[in-house]
Design a protein around this ligand. Sequence first.
Ligand code: UDP
Ligand code: MG
Length: 313
Amino acid sequence: MLYIVLPCYNEEEVLCDSIAKLTAMLDKEMPQEAVRLLCVDDGSRDRTWSLIQELSQSNPRLLGLRLAHNVGHQQALWAGLEAALPHAEAVISIDADLQDDIQVIPRMMADFRAGSDIVYGVRRERRTDTWFKRTTALAFYKLMQWMGCESVYNHADFRLLSRRALAALLSYPERNLFLRGMVAQLGFRTSMQYYDRSERLAGETKYPLSKMLSFALDGITSFSVRPIRLINLLGILFILVGLVVSCKALADFLRGQTMPGWTSLLISLWLIGGALMLAVGITGEYIGKIYTEVKRRPRYFEMERAGDNWENS
Ligand code: UDP
Ligand code: MG
């Protein structure tokens, strides 16, 4: 049994199309496989859930899971993965807007049959993304790498996980999710499938710049303590510079050449003040992470389910 998990947040414009395309592809390419399409409605405020209910009436493959509140892409995906675990031999996660090429799905299954536990969907190029998205994404991957977080370049959340890889992933207790980093740490037998990413079918991105930035920050602070080390280095550097400056100031004083020196004083005051603030801020970022982890709050609440084939799947 293969589960395809689609997190959906306000996707009324693309959902019907996406399900139709997936169903057509499955009928054509993998008619012999038992497949479920699991749509996780991440607290949408539009007609997404009623569409899922409606579609599940005529489409025996379709299952719906409705979360009580919008918890974000990564947590919604997690909810779907957890729901799939008891029934699935393998799970594929893919965005509901089908920007990722669904023709890769049969190839992923072939890799899985050949023994891969994790098959990464990797974008060959990003011609359809805007220049801005391309450059910021590239900068992000490079930064992550430099920070020491393993990740697969140009791979997002389009991937296949075997049951044992899925069980391993779901055993992570943390609340701050950065799934692509966590999956990269699992190990097991992996392989890659390359594809071209296309444009969103309809509707607009649910990842505005603010969400992208907070996702990037989450990724870095969940996977790397390097920023804290950098602060320490910066602190040592500042102390060294301070020592040199003190020596010079003392020498000037002893020779009776005290300068009016307001400019240098003011500049250093601001620079050091800024560095301190930055340091406190970055440290605070980690303390915030500890805070959310320690609370161990539930990740999401399930509200209702749709589809007739939940049990006998
Ligand atoms: N999504 C979600 N919850 C959110 C935001 C997004 O479940 O709070 C889903 C969304 O429905 C889509 C996927 O996450 O299936 C990726 O979002 P989107 O395509 O808007 O991001 P982009 O491709 O622009 O990075
Ligand atoms: Mg998208």
